[in-house]
Design a protein around this ligand. Structure first.
Ligand SMILES: [Zn+2]
Length: 413
């Protein structure tokens, strides 16, 4: 299962100078450069003033200016949009993200928002699904006020998100960040930029085509708990027949099981998942590892897990799967389950009435052991849409294995 909770350890260049700043027009600049922007509602007037004056604002990508997303909004930020979708930044890993911050009172923001609106439309038209465009309002307006503000300027494709109360390290708006598929800042634009231009779309496509290094070179060959060397395991992808097979039970005392569980756990961490089932690494046996990164920390290594009770009450959660990378969908499952299993020493264990992410993760992983994927829980239409999106993503991903100089390339933009 792919539902990473922990904020990623992005490089934080600016930790020392990040200051929490209350958002107020008194000490919050509009990035317009010289020449006061018109406060008129006429986009054309705003644009001409604005566009003439902001070329000097391309101060993007100076190293000392690099902020991670969590630097700006904090580690536990949840995106919440008008359609009721909630997700964290780590849920978006694997996507290139264009994230802009704006306010409703800034006269220049609508110009940038409109450009991003056109960008979003073009991305959809070109069926580029692994690039997200998200605009966040800084202030205390509710979603409806943000939506109304968008409507006022004819912005049709951007979703309205719950406002961000505090933005650290952002001293003016509009400001737009591009984060690569690993969540690292690839570009930053203060003020105007033609986001709907072919050049900018080409830049995004280039970033989106980069293959994410799903395990770091540092960890290659690192020793695992048993003192043996951890080997990267191949995570099988959607369409592989092993994922459809019902797995055989593990015999009590199976000598290979404890080490396989440890290898699987390491692979799960490397792939940044919260759960992994043995068939996903080509082993058709009933074994699962789970760590949903909750406090207090608990790692589950499970042999022959079995759901022995489930609640009538259901819950919905956005799920993803390491075998269907890059796509996510809301899945409805029993809200709570109890599970019997053997641990890696073959000791019988019991999880009583797990809830939340753990409940969903247990069901997701145990489904894998019966040859079932989370997409099988979706309606036919939703599944078809998700799979076609997934296939498109796979096609768009170039098999680039050499990532050296990636940061440099991105920063040149
Ligand atoms: Zn899965």
């Amino acid at each position: 299962m792919f539902f990473s909770i922990k904020a990623h350890n992005y490089t934080k260049f600016l930790l020392m100078s990040v200051v929490t700043m209350a958002v107020s027009s008194d000490f919050f600049d509009c990035y317009a450069g010289t020449g006061a922007p018109s406060s008129s509602n006429s986009d054309k007037e705003i644009a001409s003033d604005f566009l003439d004056s902001v070329s000097q604002n391309q101060q993007a990508n100076k190293k000392e200016d690099v902020l991670s997303f969590s630097d700006i909004v904090g580690d536990n930020f949840i995106f919440s949009n008008e359609k009721g979708f909630k997700f964290s930044f780590s849920n978006l890993k694997g996507h290139v993200l264009v994230i802009a911050f704006s306010t409703t009172w800034c006269p220049n923001c609508p110009v940038v928002l409109k450009s991003l609106d056109v960008l979003k439309k073009k991305l959809l038209q070109q069926e580029i699904y692994n690039v997200g465009v998200i605009t966040l309002n800084i202030g205390d307006e509710d979603i409806k006020a943000v939506k109304d503000h968008y409507a006022e300027y004819g912005i049709e494709n951007l979703s309205a998100y719950e406002s961000v109360a505090h933005a650290n390290g952002i001293e003016g708006v509009p400001v737009c960040f591009v984060f690569d598929k690993e969540g690292k800042q690839a570009a930053k634009y203060l003020g105007w930029h033609d986001f709907a231009s072919d050049d900018f779309i080409a830049f995004l496509k280039k970033l989106a085509a980069k293959k994410v290094n799903d395990y770091s070179s540092k960890k290659k060959g690192s020793t695992i708990g048993s003192g043996k060397v951890w080997k990267k395991m191949e995570v099988l992808k959607y369409g592989n027949p092993i994922l459809k097979k019902k797995c055989a039970p593990v015999e009590v005392g199976d000598k290979e099981a404890p080490e396989l569980l440890e290898q699987m756990l390491q692979q799960m961490y490397e792939s940044d998942g919260v759960g992994l089932a043995a068939p996903q690494v080509g082993i058709s046996k009933r074994m699962v590892v789970i760590d949903v990164r909750q406090e207090p920390a608990k790692v589950y290594k499970m042999i022959n897990p079995k759901i022995v009770w489930k609640s009538e009450e259901t819950a919905e959660l956005i799920e993803g799967c390491l075998s269907v990378p890059g796509v996510y969908e809301t899945v409805k499952r029993p809200a709570s389950v109890s599970v019997e299993y053997l641990d890696e020493t073959f000791k019988p264990c019991f999880i009583e009435k797990a809830t939340g992410i753990l409940a969903a993760c247990l069901q997701h992983e145990i489904d894998h052991l019966d040859g079932k994927l989370y997409v099988d829980h979706l309606s036919r239409i939703k599944r078809a849409r998700l799979i076609s999106k997934y296939k498109k993503l796979q096609e768009q991903q170039e098999p680039i294995s050499d990532n050296s100089g990636e940061g440099q390339q991105a920063q040149q933009q």
